[in-house]
Design a protein around this ligand. Structure first.
Ligand SMILES: [Fe+2]
Ligand SMILES: [Fe+2]
Length: 296
């Protein structure tokens, strides 16, 4: 029986920030810039590089990056983010969905669509529209965007009605094709997933779509910590797995840099998913095995 190995990482928050033109540092970006000066000490690019090297050594068949690859959506940040995504592997083997820091302000949006097209283009197309579908082996990777520009001090996300409609259709069609469905989204897609002003605004609608159509696995980032929750569906409980930031320097045990590996095997009675986490080992700066992730 062959298996398929999927890696999941998120929230790289690549730094340092490139030089910005003063006219770009207005409004929300200015507070974001000042904030970054603090965050700069939290997100360590050496840690990120070593984490990625460890991940690549496991030779995953597909890599999922669930957003916040940059910080304040500056035009000059996008080429840096794209260059980093290229280091993960061939774009056909790497899927990306945007986070709130990628869709930071309204003027970031055209850059977002253009810069990340290689990692978000659907099968048979080059234009990115969310949700997108990429089928690899017997697995349907469905990328949902929750990255929308928001006001000051708000880090929430939204799918929007159009995307929700297409998402439901995609889940239905891929299930009918006998594919395993893996959903990627930046924000935790359930109502209790994040604190006020940080969550997915249409999480209730997301929950209802899953209740009706099911999915086999949902992954997200945003909270910079590992978590496992479940959503109910007519087709059984769906695991919803959050991953830590890929670049966070040792802090509290759940906030340390980590990534997840999912080994998927198709059995006679359905899909078997085994997950484990790798990242900075407690009390060290070394990357190693953190243990199994119980999907329950
Ligand atoms: Fe983040
Ligand atoms: Fe985020």
């Amino acid at each position: 029986m062959t298996s398929f190995l999927i890696a999941h990482l998120s929230d790289a928050h690549i730094g340092p920030l490139p030089k910005a033109h003063p006219r770009e540092l207005v409004g929300k970006r200015l507070t974001g810039y000042i904030n970054w000066k603090r965050r700069d000490r939290i997100h360590d690019m050496d840690v990120l590089a070593r984490l990625v090297a460890d991940m690549k050594a496991h030779k995953p068949d597909h890599i999922m990056m669930t957003g916040d690859v940059l910080n304040i959506g500056l035009p000059a940040e996008f080429p840096l983010a794209a260059a980093w995504l290229h280091t993960l592997g061939d774009p056909k083997d790497v899927s990306f969905v945007p986070g709130n820091h990628d869709a930071y302000v309204r003027s970031s949006m055209p850059y977002l669509l253009r810069s990340f097209a290689p990692w978000t283009s659907p099968d048979g197309g080059h234009e990115t529209t969310y949700p997108y579908l990429r089928v690899r082996g017997n697995i349907a990777f469905i990328g949902v965007s929750s990255g929308v520009p928001t006001p000051f001090f708000i880090a929430s996300g939204k799918m929007g009605r159009e995307q929700r409609h297409d998402f439901a259709r995609m889940l239905h069609e891929t299930h009918a094709r006998g594919l395993m469905r893996v959903v990627m989204i930046h924000h935790p897609p359930y109502r209790t997933g994040a604190s006020f002003g940080r969550g997915l605004m249409d999480a209730g609608a997301f929950e209802r779509i899953i209740a009706r159509h099911g999915a086999e696995l949902i992954v997200h980032g945003h909270n910079h910590r590992a978590s496992v929750n479940h959503l109910a569906s007519q087709k059984g409980r769906v695991p919803v797995v959050g991953v830590a930031s890929a670049s966070a320097v040792p802090g509290t045990p759940r906030h340390r840099a980590a990534y997840h590996l999912f080994k998927v095997t198709q059995g006679e009675t359905g899909w078997r998913i085994e997950a484990h986490a790798r990242g900075i080992l407690p009390g060290t700066r070394e990357i190693g095995e953190l243990g199994p992730v119980a999907l329950g």
